[in-house]
Design a protein around this ligand. Structure first.
Ligand SMILES: NC(=O)C1=CN([C@@H]2O[C@H](COP(=O)(O)OP(=O)(O)OC[C@H]3O[C@@H](n4cnc5c(N)ncnc54)[C@H](OP(=O)(O)O)[C@@H]3O)[C@@H](O)[C@H]2O)[C@@H](O)CC1
Ligand SMILES: [K+]
Length: 484
C-alpha cells in the first residue's frame, strides 16, 4: 500500500515533527537522501561520480533549498554543480552551502535553453508550496528540457503539477525520477501528474506518525495488496460462500451491457449469477454463458443500471433492491434513479460525467479535482463511490481517506469496460467484502489483467482473462505465506 498526503496534511505533519527536531533538520535529511539518489543516478549514467555535471533548477522556496543543499554535497565529492536561478531569490543558506562547496550559480537564459555539459538536471523549482502552472521563462525551460532530452530528477514533485489534485493545467516538468520526502504526495498517485513523476522514490526524513485515516490522506493499492486481499474460495466454500449475484443490466436497446456485466461477474468467480434483466440481453447471455440462471431466488448482492437507457421503472427497481437490505452496485443509467440517501454498502460506479450529473456540477469540476468530487459524492449520497477514469478513486462516507486502485494501461478506457467492472464489483460484494474494498479490488484486478496482456483487448476478452489473473494472484498470496 502506498500512503500519500495532500500538501496541508504534509505541512501539519512537518510542523509537528519540527517541534522536536528543529527547523533545519528535516531539510538536511531531505537533502542527504536526495544527494544519495542523485549520486546513484550519476554513477548509473556515467559509471562514476567525479567529473559528472549536474544542473540544479532552483526556485524561491524550500524545494530549491533541498536541491541546493544536495548539490553542495555532490560538489564536495567532485561533481560540477551549477545552480540556475529560475524564480525569485534562491534559498539563502542552501545557496551559501553550494558556493562554499565549489558550485556556481547562473541566471536562467531568456530562451529557457540549457547548455551542456549536463549529466543530470534536477528540478527544484517548486514543491508542495507551488501554485500549478509555471511562469515564463520557466515554462519554456520545462519544454526545452523535455525537447533536448536531458535526464531529469524532480525534487518532491515535478514543478508545475498540482500537488493535491494531480492536475496539469499548463507547462510542467516531466521527470524520469522523483525523490519525495517522508510520505508520497497525492500527485504521485493521480493522473495526469502521476505520468510526469517517473519512478517515485521516498526518502525517510523521520516524520512523526500520522493518522492516515483522516481526510487529506490517500491509500493506493499495489499488486501484493490485491493478491492478499482477494477473497479466494476455500476448500469448503459452496456457491453461497462465494456469493450469488443478481444482475439487472442491459436493455432491449443496449443488450451488450447486460452480457458484459454478466461476463464480468461470472469470470470474477461469483458462486452463481442470476440474470434478472430484460429479454434481449437475457437471450444473449443464455447463448454465451450457460452457467447463468434466469429464475428469481436468493441473491447476496445486486447489480443495477449498466445499459438501462431511459428505463421507465428504474426508480422502482432501485427502491426494491434497497428494500432487500442487500449490498448493490449501481452503474451508469442506474445512477439517475437514486433516492436521496443510500447505505455505505452500496457502491456507485460513475465516470466523471456521471459523477458531475449526480452532484449537479459540470464535468470540468470533477476533472479539475477528482478527490474532492469523489468525496463529495460519498458525502451527498451516503453510498461508497468508485470514480472511474485514468486514476480510479474510492471514497466512503464512513472514512476520510480515499483509496486509489492499481493503475492499468490507457487502452482499458473504452466502452464496455465499466460494465465488466460492475460485474466484478458485484461479485466481490456478494462474497461479503465491504463496498470500499470491493471497489478497490475490482478496479485493480481489471487493471492488472489488462497490464499483463501485451496489447489492447476488448472488454469481454479482458473479462475472460480474469480467472487466469486471479490464479496468478492466488499463487502470489501463497508465496507471501497466506493460505487461502
Ligand atoms: N516543510 C518542511 O519541513 C520540509 C519541506 N521540504 C521541501 O520544501 C518544499 C516546500 O517548500 P515551500 O513551502 O517553501 O514551497 P516551494 O514549493 O518550494 O515554493 C514556494 C515558493 O514558490 C513561490 N511560488 C509558488 N508557486 C509559484 C508559481 N506558480 N509561480 C511563481 N512562484 C511561485 C511561492 O511564492 P508565493 O506563493 O509566496 O507568492 C514561494 O515563494 C517541499 O516540497 C520539499 O521539497 C523538505 O525540505 C522536507 C522538509
Ligand atoms: K520540484
Amino acid at each position: 500500500m502506498i500512503t500519500a498526503a495532500t500538501a496541508d496534511a504534509v505541512r501539519e505533519l512537518e510542523r509537528r515533527t519540527m517541534i522536536s527536531t528543529g527547523d533545519d533538520a528535516l531539510m538536511q535529511r531531505a537533502a542527504a537522501g536526495l544527494a544519495a539518489v542523485l549520486a546513484a543516478e550519476l554513477r548509473h549514467r556515467a559509471g562514476h561520480l567525479y567529473g559528472t555535471a549536474v544542473t540544479l533548477l532552483v526556485g524561491p522556496g524550500n524545494n530549491g533549498g533541498d536541491a541546493l543543499f544536495a548539490g553542495a554535497r555532490l560538489a564536495a565529492r567532485g561533481v560540477a554543480v551549477r545552480a540556475v536561478r529560475c524564480l525569485g531569490r534562491p534559498h539563502a543558506a542552501g545557496l551559501a552551502a553550494l558556493l562554499a562547496a565549489g558550485g556556481r550559480v547562473v541566471d536562467l537564459p531568456e530562451d529557457g535553453r540549457l547548455s551542456g555539459p549536463v549529466t543530470l538536471v534536477v528540478d527544484g523549482v517548486l514543491g508542495i508550496g507551488g501554485r500549478p502552472g509555471l511562469p515564463e521563462p520557466v515554462a519554456r525551460l520545462a519544454e526545452a528540457v523535455a525537447e533536448d532530452g536531458w535526464p531529469l530528477v524532480a525534487v518532491d514533485l515535478p514543478s508545475g503539477v498540482d500537488a493535491d489534485t494531480g492536475a496539469v493545467a499548463g507547462a510542467a516538468f516531466c521527470a524520469d525520477r522523483t525523490v519525495t520526502f517522508g510520505v508520497h504526495k497525492a500527485c504521485h498517485l493521480l493522473e495526469p501528474a502521476r505520468g510526469r513523476c517517473g519512478v517515485v522514490e521516498r526518502v525517510d526524513i523521520g516524520l512523526e506518525a500520522a493518522d492516515t485515516t483522516a481526510p487529506g490522506w490517500l491509500h493506493a493499492l499495489e499488486d501484493d495488496d490485491l493478491a492478499l486481499g482477494w477473497p479466494y474460495p476455500g476448500a469448503a466454500s459452496d456457491k453461497y460462500a462465494r456469493g450469488v449475484v443478481g444482475l439487472d443490466a442491459g436493455s432491449d436497446q443496449y443488450p451488450g451491457a447486460g452480457v458484459l456485466s454478466t461476463t464480468g461477474a461470472v469470470h470474477a468467480g461469483a458462486g452463481m449469477v442470476r440474470f434478472l434483466g430484460a429479454d434481449r440481453p437475457a437471450e444473449l447471455v443464455r447463448r454465451r454463458l450457460p452457467d447463468v440462471v434466469f429464475s428469481p431466488g436468493r441473491v447476496q448482492a445486486h447489480l443495477l443500471g449498466s445499459g438501462w437507457g431511459d428505463r421507465p421503472d428504474g426508480a422502482d427497481v432501485v427502491a426494491a433492491a434497497l428494500d432487500t437490505g442487500l449490498p448493490a452496485v449501481v452503474d451508469a443509467d442506474g445512477l439517475r434513479f437514486l433516492p436521496d440517501h443510500l447505505p455505505a454498502s452500496w457502491l456507485l460506479t460513475p465516470h466523471a460525467g456521471e459523477l458531475a450529473r449526480l452532484l449537479d456540477r459540470e464535468r470540468g469540476w470533477v476533472e479539475e479535482d477528482p478527490l474532492r468530487a469523489v468525496r463529495a459524492a460519498a458525502a451527498r449520497t451516503g453510498a461508497t463511490v468508485l470514480l472511474k477514469g485514468a486514476s480510479q478513486l474510492v471514497a466512503s462516507p464512513e472514512h476520510g481517506w480515499v483509496g486509489v486502485a492499481v493503475p492499468g494501461p490507457a487502452w482499458t478506457a473504452r466502452a464496455g469496460s465499466g460494465d465488466v467492472l460492475g460485474g466484478i464489483c458485484a461479485t466481490l460484494l456478494a462474497a461479503g467484502l465491504p463496498a470500499w474494498r470491493a471497489g478497490l479490488l475490482g478496479a485493480s484486478v481489471q487493471a492488472v489483467a489488462a497490464r499483463t496482456h501485451p496489447g489492447p483487448l476488448p472488454p469481454h476478452a479482458l473479462a475472460e482473462r480474469l480467472p487466469e489473473t486471479v490464479g496468478r494472484l492466488e499463487a502470489r498470496a501463497r508465496a507471501l505465506g497466506v493460505r487461502p
